[in-house]
Design a protein around this ligand. Sequence first.
Ligand SMILES: CC(C)(COP(=O)(O)OP(=O)(O)OC[C@H]1O[C@@H](n2cnc3c(N)ncnc32)[C@H](O)[C@@H]1OP(=O)(O)O)[C@@H](O)C(=O)NCCC(=O)NCCS
Length: 170
Amino acid sequence: MRVRDATPLDVPAINGLYNALIPTTTVAWTEDLEPAQVREAWLAKQHQEDNPVLVAEVEGAVVGFASYDDFRDSTKWPGYRFTVEHTVHVATTHGGTGIGRALLEALIERAVTQGKHVMIGAIDSANTGSIRFHEHLGFAEVGRLIETGFKFGRWRDVVFMQRKVAPPNG
Ligand SMILES: CC(C)(COP(=O)(O)OP(=O)(O)OC[C@H]1O[C@@H](n2cnc3c(N)ncnc32)[C@H](O)[C@@H]1OP(=O)(O)O)[C@@H](O)C(=O)NCCC(=O)NCCS
């Protein structure tokens, strides 16, 4: 397995991983699949803004991806420029084999290199697997916002998990 930067050729695989989660899970609070052109535009914007997009490859196939972006709009509110919100998804066929860890550790390294201070994951409260995963990667729950989302006919809570990536005195 290797982790590398995504290229436009990875768009179908990235979109496939994301869209596979939409109909049956509450990982993302939308019921609409992402069109390929929207994902292409997202990748171009991420690259333009120097936000990392990483993919994990096993035997030539992309089986996971991870990325981050502003936590809140750091152009409008520059005080947020050291804080990012990340996303990480691994194919169910390859879950539990260390790919999520490899992706998130690589993403943390990028955050350190880019001088970021804090990384935040926003996770549906029912996604206990992702909450445990983030705990294993050094994240801790810092907030839980109640009934802030809606999917599959019911209100949903979001759990914010945070890890400081800057050195202790940074
Ligand atoms: C959450 C997710 C990214 C984890 O990726 P993964 O490749 O299965 O995780 P790994 O195999 O790298 O596990 C890393 C660590 O987390 C722990 N972990 C992972 N999933 C876990 C679970 N469901 N329950 C408890 N611990 C878990 C592992 O035991 C492992 O611990 P260790 O390395 O300290 O021994 C993956 O399950 C996924 O993509 N889920 C669907 C999408 C999603 O929820 N994304 C996150 C949205 S916020």
